[in-house]
Ligand binder design. Structure first.
Ligand code: PLP
Length: 314
């Protein structure tokens, strides 16, 4: 029952593990990462995570140091060593350690990995989201370790009492700081398309499969701020959250223009305070469709724990 760490080919003491000072992940954020949930001692949707890892690496020109089989073996071994049935595995691949110059070094990619136990998800109250301008770069489909905008958005949300940010680019709802955002209009599920402006979540992918199984119509289209008054339910998804219902979406009045278009002038802070709360959306009916998807997700996880096919009878 412990945290397990792996760095550059070896399992290491997580408390004593050291990364070289000229490691490019540390100096440039020059790397990508993945997080997979472990249920019943096995990684859930690992093939999908490995495919996304490969795509992220290929896109930024880092050689994938392992084959899918090698990744599967390494992750399995790390979970086995942890002895944890309920855990999460975080791993990253960076461009390696080399003298600090921007251009690519000849260094080999560096792999680090951590397994940590996860407590069973508490039945959480419905979340609140803070609407914030999505001012990230235009390639957020790469699961880069460069998470400064996401970190700032999440902290800004936390300070405002919200569980998560809802990022809005040019009036269109993209995603959360570390989750995908879903909106239910009538009987139809809407979520932003998996283009360059969102991180195509693996939980998003799986939720789309569940929706198909349940016969729920889906539109992979961004909902705009102006359409929020037609929205009946909101929820967010991620590997660690699974499916989380949302009760309210709010923002600060001063941020409203930036949600529609980023102003040219540099802001004085990237940690804006909510001084005048404006409700963008709030739930008016029980989240029925969200609850159906949550139940289907839990059924799939139970099937996975029991080594049964996860889809088919969701
Ligand atoms: C920006 C962002 N969007 C979406 C997600 C959800 O992705 P996944 O379902 O693969 O965990 C994450 C997860 O960390 C994220 O960081």
């Amino acid at each position: 029952m412990s945290v397990i760490a792996f760095y550059q080919g070896e399992f290491v003491d997580p408390a004593g593990a050291r990364v070289p000072i000229e490691e490019r992940g540390h100096q440039f954020g020059d790397g990508v990462y993945e997080v997979v949930r472990v249920y019943g001692g096995r990684p859930f949707l690992l093939d999908e995570h490995l495919e996304r890892l490969e795509r992220s690496l290929r896109t930024i020109g880092i050689r994938n140091p392992y084959t899918a089989e090698q990744w599967t073996g390494l992750i399995g071994e790390a979970i086995r060593r942890s002895g944890e049935a309920e855990a999460q595995v975080y791993w990253q691949v960076t461009r390696g350690a080399a003298e600090r110059v921007h251009t690519f070094p000849t260094a080999e990619p560096a792999v680090s990995l951590v397994v940590r136990p996860v407590a069973a998800k508490p039945a959480s109250a419905d979340a609140e989201l803070l609407g914030l301008p999505d001012d990230r770069w235009a390639n957020v489909f790469v699961k880069s370790v460069n998470l400064l905008p996401n970190v700032l958005a999440k902290e800004t949300a936390r300070r405002a009492g919200a569980a998560e940010a809802m990022l809005v680019r040019n009036g269109r709802i993209t995603e959360g700081a570390s989750s995908n955002v879903w909106l239910v209009c009538g009987d139809t599920l809407w979520t932003a398309p998996a283009d360059r402006y969102i991180l195509g979540g693996i939980t998003r992918l799986f939720t789309l499969r569940l929706a198909r199984e349940l016969g729920i119509p889906v539109r992979e289209e961004a909902v705009t701020l102006d359409q929020l008054d037609r929205v009946d339910e909101v929820f967010i998804t991620s590997t660690t959250l699974e499916i989380q219902p949302v009760r309210t979406v709010f923002t600060d009045r001063a941020l409203l223009p930036a949600l529609r278009q980023l102003p040219e002038e540099a802001p004085t802070t990237l940690l804006p305070e909510v001084r005048e709360r404006v409700t963008l959306w709030s739930a008016t009916r029980p989240p029925e469709l969200t609850a159906r998807l949550q139940a289907a997700y839990q059924t799939a996880v139970e099937r996975f724990r029991n080594h049964e096919p996860v889809l088919g009878r969701a």
